[in-house]
Write a new protein. Sequence first.
Lengths: 223, 319
Amino acid sequence: MNAWTSYQLQDFIPFTAEVYFRLLERMGETFWPLHLLTFAMGATTLFLALRYRTRLARLLPAPLWAFVAVAFFIQRYAELNWAGGYVGYAFIVQTVLLVVMALTGWGMDKTSSRTSLPVVMGTAITLFGLIIMPLMAPLSGGSWYQAEVFGIHADPTAVTTLGLMLIMLRGFALWIAVIIPALWLVVSGLTLQVLESTGAAVLFAVLVIALVGLVWKSIASKR
Amino acid sequence: MNYHIRHRIKHGITRRQSLTLIGATLAAMALPTASLFANTGGMRHKTFAGTDKTLPVIGMGTWRTFNVGSDPELLDARTEVVKAFFEYGGGLIDSSPMYGSAPDVMGYALQQLGTPESLFSAEKVWSPAGGSAGEQVAELKERWKVEHFDLVQVHNLTDWREHLAALQEMKAEGIIRHVGITTSHSRRHREIEQIMTSEDIDFVQLTYNITHREAENRLLPLAEERGIGVIANRPYDGGSLIQNLKRRDAPLPEWANEECGCTTWADFLLKFIVSHPAVTCAIPATTQVEHLHENMRAGHDPMPSANARQRMAAYIESL
């Protein structure tokens, strides 16, 4: 038997569903009521992005990416999976990228109409990450502490940022800015799939919609 | 049942019925409940590595199940599992630095419970090689909060030449008691065979269960011939084997109870493994005390004969 082809996805997930969802819950328990602030920052970012105030809109999520990098990945997730520390560093890279983009104004999109399809898709993805994702756990029978919130947990932070980038950026900068959020959503989706959670399908659906929006915007901007 | 008994008492019972009821009550008291079994010490033991030392045939793995981080709730829950394991006379617990926080969680449990004499602590070293085995063992001892390891294995043959040489030195110095190598999912069996033939190892850990029997061809006979202990990992094929049987509501054959006392699928699957003459112990992993009870009971006699083992394998194939 070939050693490498014998590996399956579950061989790379060293924890159970119980442990992973407790980790998400512990984030909620530990940091409540910080959720209110991070949600407000997310909502403000969306408002600014739709008003074409994109420099400030790119700066606002940056500290939240740094917070998730340290509080979620480096301090907690890495206890369960040694690779978690590296994901934390990737989130810090995203923080730096957002700050650099805010300072330089690289890739700002001030021409797309708010009613253009990619911007509508970006807005929908952002609202999904900000409002719908936190409601998913409580509405499916979990406690409010299990609610995954933008700026506290990794998945809604990546989803919301993906939507915001789709609204605010164009060209090469757009593709660069979505690499880390999209890669994390792939990793998280595969993790949830191994843990037999329906959340996997949700993340993959968001990724597909975002990809359509990205390609659409790239093609449209070249016309 | 309670209603049934109450109903009969309410309407008056005969002397014969009374005697039947008393007899049934006494029989129920004699049933092998978890708490009673915990004190019977009826677990089968096997000698290993050409010594006269013995190990209980059911050990415990920690992959995924003991990686709970610093969650206080789950740390206490896993401590209960370890406590039940030792109450049943459990011995070998296997972990790895690749299992996230599992070594720390074991350390937490042992600190809470004390380190029982029956513990046979098994750990692993992995990459990077180049003299790091000693540091890894020292760090793992701190994490487990133990004085020594009974067994340290080279995880999945990672840089096995360097690691094995370092482990042999540690064994000679008395830092560890036994050395071994591991593989899983039937990977690299040819290389494992070569090491078992050419190196002086005490244990080999490999995947062996009723649906993955490749090791029967060469590795298990070789282990028996060379007096190498065998630890069977993935006895439930990562959980999927027993989950599928339970999910499908597959019937446990009556002859399995008659032949070797199988009353649960855990009995059936684990007895098949540990009744192989070359296998020292199997290491099922669990997060639940209830499942641990099932696992440990499987280590009690009677065990299946060679013919019964064939019948068991054929039955699983037929499902």
